[in-house]
Design a protein around this ligand. Structure first.
Ligand code: COA
Length: 328
């Protein structure tokens, strides 16, 4: 083991111009702005146009993160794209992004861990930097989820939005950067949030397409409870491993799934709401992009300052969950 430490050197984000409001959705399904706002906190979400695809937003976010890290694309050794809405099956969206960005010295690949994908990427990049295997990593969370949303199913179609966020990781001084991180999954909960069609198990046919097998299916109620419990428990463990308490946290960035989930997790951790970042009202749930978009918004607005202690935690289909504590 070396005594290298990894931290975030630059961030970026991007999303489509198209906006889908609660009022727009109320014209498609039996719902209302009042229901969506009180049950989820969401007022609008971004929606890609039919000619916009995942890597388009990922490239913009990634380029911004590299520039802000004051690096050259050739300095990136590892490019991880967390996504459940890839451009295509082969090659990976990571490789497509690599070609666009010119990060030609990197190994590029995708991570499929749903809403926890960015935290998965952060944790893997942290480990590889700390062991000296690589020096710089670009971790991107990017989604065009609205492609997989069934706009006849009011239980899911109100939740999801599109966008991308990115972070460049590299070596930092001891005591800064990632102080603790952890990722977990439990495949026994597969059917709480899944998209059964389109792969080799339920192959794409005109019938599976017509039946909407490629759309997201969700047991929202059950997922809600597992999400709160998993994010709260792993956060407590990460705080302990970083040898700090919830009182020390300056900023809490949970995955933006539902404002009620965010508040329930904060309550369990005894983190006051002033320290909790929320952009769910304007973005909805952007899956793997949610944490890096939120992080970059905090950087841009000055909400996050050098030396701040930041707690991030996520939860998603799989089910997957994870978190990280950072000294900014
Ligand atoms: N508009 C109006 N009514 C709706 C609705 C909508 N968009 N969606 C569901 N309802 C109805 C249901 O049909 C149900 O009606 P019924 O009692 O007549 O059957 C009622 O509202 C209550 O449904 P329920 O599912 O119990 O609501 P809820 O308070 O649990 O909220 C979610 C639903 C989806 C918002 C909530 O469960 C949730 O956010 N879960 C987590 C989902 C998530 O974050 N997934 C991604 C994980 S990363």
């Amino acid at each position: 083991m070396t005594n290298l430490h990894a931290g975030i050197l630059g961030t970026g984000h991007s999303y489509p111009e198209g906006i889908l409001t609660n009022e727009d959705l109320a014209k498609l399904v039996d719902t209302s702005d009042e229901w969506i706002t009180t049950r989820t906190g969401i007022k609008q979400r971004r929606k890609a146009a039919s000619d916009e695809y995942t890597s388009l937003f990922a490239v913009r976010a990634g380029r911004q993160a590299i520039e802000r890290a004051r690096l050259d694309p050739s300095d990136i050794d590892l490019l991880l794209c967390a996504t459940v809405s890839p451009d295509q099956i082969l090659p990976s969206t990571g490789c497509i992004i690599q070609a666009e960005l010119g990060t030609n010295n990197a190994a590029a690949m995708d991570i499929v861990a749903a809403c926890s994908g960015f935290i998965y990427g952060l944790t893997l990049a942290d480990s590889m930097i700390r062991t000296g295997q690589i020096r710089h990593a670009l971790v991107i969370g990017a989604e065009v989820l609205t492609q997989y949303v069934d706009y006849t199913d009011r239980k899911t179609c109100v939740l999801f939005g599109d966008g991308a966020g990115a972070a460049v990781l590299g070596p930092v001084d001891a005591g800064r950067g990632i102080l603790s991180s952890k990722i977990r999954s439990d495949g026994r909960y597969e059917e709480q949030l899944y998209s059964p069609g389109g792969g080799t198990r339920r192959r794409p046919t005109p019938e599976t397409l017509a039946a909407g097998d490629h759309f997201f299916k969700m047991k929202g109620n059950e997922l809600f409870k597992v999400a709160v419990r998993s994010m709260a428990d792993i956060s407590k463990e990460l705080l302990e491993r970083a040898r700090i308490t919830a009182d020390d946290i300056d900023l809490f960035i949970p995955h933006q799934a539902n404002q009620r989930i965010t508040e329930a997790v904060a309550d369990r951790l005894h983190v006051p709401l002033e320290k909790v970042y929320s952009n769910i009202a304007v973005h909805g749930n952007t899956s793997s992009a949610s944490i890096p978009i939120a992080l970059d918004e905090c950087v841009e607005s000055g909400r996050i300052k050098a030396g701040d202690l930041v707690l991030m935690t996520s939860f998603g289909g799989g089910v997957t969950w994870g978190g990280a504590v950072l000294r900014w």
